[in-house]
Design a protein around this ligand. Structure first.
Ligand SMILES: [Zn+2]
Length: 138
């Protein structure tokens, strides 16, 4: 699915057709920034729920096609890690929480931010912002 049709709503969240959605990168690896293999959850890409700095940079650099839409609410994502299908938990992007000021994120200190990322639950996000959007709005 192309992310070309992703809309940014007036509240900063993302929609595809009539659904509020998350965006994430399906094809990934555990390779860390320094090139070592890091079989750690924290080295996986984050999922996005808002028009954050990370997504802006991806859009500007033409790499948005790597992102796919998810409407799941359980925090699990279909991934392809080093070519193998995998079903895993991802963490939310902290820039998204910053953009939305999720639960006071903008004024939180680093430890509180880390706790906020760990505690983020997609179901709470959809409960607050809503699942359905009107196809033309935003
Ligand atoms: Zn983000």
């Amino acid at each position: 699915m192309s992310s070309d049709a992703i809309r940014v709503l007036s509240d900063g969240t993302l929609a595809y057709r009539d659904r509020r959605v998350g965006l994430y990168i399906r094809e990934t690896s555990f390779r860390g920034g320094d090139g070592r293999w890091e079989p750690e959850e924290r080295s996986l890409p984050r999922f996005n729920v808002a028009r954050c700095r990370t997504l802006e940079a991806m859009w500007l650099s033409g790499r948005a096609h790597r992102y796919v839409v998810s409407t799941r609410e359980d925090g699990l994502f279909d991934l392809k890690i080093q070519g193998s299908a995998s079903f895993r938990a991802l963490r939310v992007c902290k820039n998204c929480l910053e953009t939305l000021d999720w639960q006071g994120f903008q004024s939180a200190d680093p430890a509180e931010r880390e706790a906020g990322v760990r505690a983020f639950v997609l179901r709470d996000f959809f409960d607050r912002y809503g699942r359905q959007v009107s196809p033309g709005s935003g």
